[in-house]
Design a protein around this ligand. Structure first.
Ligand code: SF4
Ligand code: FES
Length: 213
């Protein structure tokens, strides 16, 4: 069975990828009339608010699980981000926002949540397992060159086999408070949860025997 569900409104279609949702609750808090989990089987009421407002909330879904598409044009209703940001969340995943691809293949949304605790069963995506795993990291990032200039472009996510998350392309790495700490074109971030230099990989995955394709 497909994990992508589509909810039709008069002018928009809301797509929901069940496998990507980590139940952060942003959508249900922002627009409870539209995103109503009490309505079993049809939890998205696409016409219960202005289409632009629904699109705005979909575009803010931190995992890219929600996408809003204009029915006439077929266009994805989200502003193209000017820069690619990777935010290190406290005790949680990496939130990516930008023009992103996975191993060269464009993603259907401008957002994604990447596992950095090593426990997700849906690698490289976060599935919320960090809570049960007791993953703990404040999300601090030591400032390196936060004011560097960089040419915009696509950020490609390359999970290395049994190793780090290799991010290739212009990127702004931000701490949990949202402060830009590092501007670069390449970065290897920990996704096994064991690094002593989080958010960066320090090769601890060799010692822990981390396994992921
Ligand atoms: S905002 Fe996205 S990740 Fe959060 S509950 Fe809604 S669909 Fe799930
Ligand atoms: S992936 Fe965690 S130390 Fe390399």
């Amino acid at each position: 069975m497909s994990h992508i569900h589509r909810y039709q409104g008069q002018t928009i279609t809301v797509e929901f990828d069940l496998e990507l949702c980590i139940h952060s609750g942003d959508c249900t808090r922002d627009l409870p009339a539209v995103f109503d989990i009490q309505q079993r089987g049809r939890w998205v009421q696409a016409d219960a608010a202005e289409a632009d407002r629904v699109a705005e909330v979909c575009a803010r879904c931190p995992t890219g699980a929600l996408r809003c598409i204009h029915k006439d044009s077929g266009e994805f209703m989200a502003e193209v981000p000017e820069r690619n940001t990777v935010k290190v969340m406290e005790n949680g995943p990496l939130y990516v926002h930008g023009r992103i691809s996975l191993k060269g293949k464009a993603l259907p949304a401008y957002r994604a949540a990447l596992c950095r605790c090593g426990s997700s069963r849906n690698m490289p995506w976060c599935d919320g397992a960090h809570t049960a795993a007791g993953f703990s990291d404040q999300g601090a990032v030591k400032p390196f060159n936060p004011d560097a200039e960089i040419t915009p472009g696509i950020l490609d996510i390359r999970p290395l086999r049994n190793g780090s998350l290799y991010l290739v392309g212009p990127q702004y790495l931000c701490d949990a408070e949202g402060n830009i700490a590092r501007v670069s074109k390449k970065c290897a971030l920990c996704r096994c949860g064991a690094s002593s230099s989080k958010p960066y990989c320090d090769s601890s995955h060799f010692e822990t025997g981390f396994k992921s394709d």
